[in-house]
Design a binder for this molecule. Structure first.
Ligand code: ZN
Length: 112
């Protein structure tokens, strides 16, 4: 009889295989190329990201994996870079905006 660890490894491998095949079937959402291992599960909203979909294959059940996939699109590594840079810029921008709005509200006598 196979050990629990061996069974777990086989399960993880099958989940990862399914996730890899799905990733290679779907074209990049931006450029339309199918890049196989050079494509990523990219979270539409990084703030909702629990962890990378591929990492989840070894730690979580199918419901959790599907839930994480539902937050993603497939994006190739080349298209991924500018998107990540833009998301970082947007987060910094939003943080600054929030700070300035709070400051201006305080200047108008609002306390919070
Ligand atoms: Zn692309």
């Amino acid at each position: 009889m196979k050990s629990h660890a061996t069974q777990q490894r086989a399960l993880t491998l099958r989940r990862r295989t399914a996730l890899k095949i799905a990733r290679s079937i779907m074209p990049c959402v931006d450029c339309g190329r199918r890049m196989g291992n050079d494509s990523h599960y990219d979270h539409l909203n990084p703030e909702q990201k629990l962890m990378s979909v591929m990492q989840m294959a070894s730690k979580y059940g199918l419901a959790m994996i599907l839930s994480e996939v539902s937050k993603c699109v497939i994006r190739c590594y080349e298209c991924h870079k500018p998107v990540t840079a833009r998301q970082r810029r947007e987060r910094r921008h939003r943080d600054q905006l929030l700070q300035i709005v709070a400051e201006k509200l305080r200047e108008q006598g609002f306390a919070f």
